[in-house]
Design a protein. Structure first.
Length: 182
């Protein structure tokens, strides 16, 4: 009899102090580096001051990211340039309030479509599909476990509890499970 334990996604729940800089939270930092150490071509469309990935972007021109573009435009630019990634790190603003704070911080007026996070994430998923290699992983951070969806397999979920006055940070690791059709 064979066991299906190795095919089940890993789920862990830990406690850690909250931070507006997601990757300074120790268990999240460890998760990111676990996958970065296995990666050759990594992409971070919301890098802020992290230059860990090979290709980094952040809308704010005051950050250390290599590019300063809309995340969808950045990922589509990489696809147009033939970049094929094995790791994509996605840590966008989690709420309309956070989007507004990001835009206000760089003097850009937030448009109504910018607050439609479901629509924005759908567009970003479509862009990620263009650069994701055949065995690519996506690390997605937020307040839900949606991740990449169809054509991807959940490998790991890390739930980081920050206490009763803070939302948990949910970290999902999805791996492409379907070959690209194009």
């Amino acid at each position: 009899m064979t066991s299906d334990v190795t095919t089940r996604p890993l789920f862990r729940r830990v406690w850690a102090m909250p931070s507006s800089d997601t990757f300074t939270i120790q268990p999240i930092y460890q998760l990111v580096w676990k996958y970065l150490n296995q990666s050759e071509v990594s992409v971070d469309p919301f890098a802020r001051n992290n230059r860990w990935a090979k290709y980094t972007n952040d809308l704010n021109p005051e950050t250390a990211a290599e590019h300063h573009m809309d995340a969808n435009d950045f990922v589509n630019m990489l696809a147009d340039n033939g970049v094929v990634a094995d790791l994509i790190i996605v840590d966008p603003p989690y709420s309309p309030r956070q989007v507004k704070e990001c835009y206000d911080g760089i003097g850009i007026a937030m448009k109504q479509d910018d607050a439609l996070l479901g629509l924005q994430r759908k567009w970003l998923r479509q862009a990620i599909e263009r650069i994701a290699g055949p065995t690519a992983r996506v690390l997605w951070f937020g307040w839900n476990t949606v991740g990449m969806g169809s054509g991807w397999k959940r490998e790991e979920t890390l739930l980081v509890c920050h206490g009763s006055d803070h939302n948990d940070t949910i970290c999902v690791v999805d791996r492409r499970s379907q070959k690209r059709l194009w």
